[in-house]
Design a protein around this ligand. Structure first.
Ligand code: PRP
Ligand code: MN
Ligand code: MG
Length: 181
């Protein structure tokens, strides 16, 4: 069972879903009539994006990019690579990048600069989690679900070695899970 590996819950399923309704309403208000392009950053953003877009009562499009900065490790390598690009033309579009977490800020710094270079009309960021203590480059989200301290969290899209993404809440793993690897 997945739940056995979790030491404590940081944000429950209910807290997450309540917060998403607030974020979705704010974004809907700001983007009514803008037909934004919602860009999910694979793979971590998928559960959050799926819930968020269903709380947005406006016309929008979605697309996905895979920009990876971590290997199977708990610490960022600092390397950013495009594994999958958008299939949508960005020029003139209002972009909302959806992330599960901002840690060092490197992934988003790279993405924002890339989309501005492609002449997006605007680029804003919505992240489920913000880990301000992890920041290495200057990067701030426009819409934030919750702040987390400098601990390794999993669930709701966030993985440890690709595992635990499907946990419906955000938690911390028991130390023995890492020790067994
Ligand atoms: C994680 C997370 C963010 C990024 C945040 O993705 O989902 O995209 O790292 O870290 P940063 O602010 O230090 O760049 P990862 O590269 O692990 O890929 P994944 O989403 O497929 O897990
Ligand atoms: Mn990611
Ligand atoms: Mg990851």
């Amino acid at each position: 069972m997945l739940e056995r590996d979790i030491e404590k819950t940081f944000y429950s399923q209910e807290q997450i879903q309540d917060r998403i309704k607030v974020l979705g309403a704010a974004i809907s208000n700001d983007y009514a009539d803008k037909n934004p392009l919602v860009v999910g950053v694979l793979k971590g953003a998928v559960p959050f994006l799926a819930d968020l877009v269903r709380s947005m009562n406006i016309h929008m499009e979605m697309d996905f990019m895979d920009v990876s900065s971590y290997g199977n490790a708990t610490v960022s390598s600092g390397e950013v690579r495009i594994l999958k690009d958008l299939s949508t033309v960005v020029e003139g579009r209002h972009i909302i990048i959806v992330e599960d977490i901002i840690d060092s800020g490197r992934t988003l710094r790279y993405l924002v600069d890339l989309l501005l270079h492609r002449k997006a009309a605007s680029v804003k960021i919505v992240t489920m989690l913000d880990k301000p203590e992890g920041r290495v480059v200057d990067m701030e989200a426009d819409y934030i679900g919750f702040e987390v301290p400098n601990e390794f969290v999993v669930g709701y899209g966030l993985d440890y070695a690709e595992d635990y993404r499907n946990l419906p809440y955000i938690g911390v793993l028991k130390p023995e899970i890492y020790e067994n690897n």
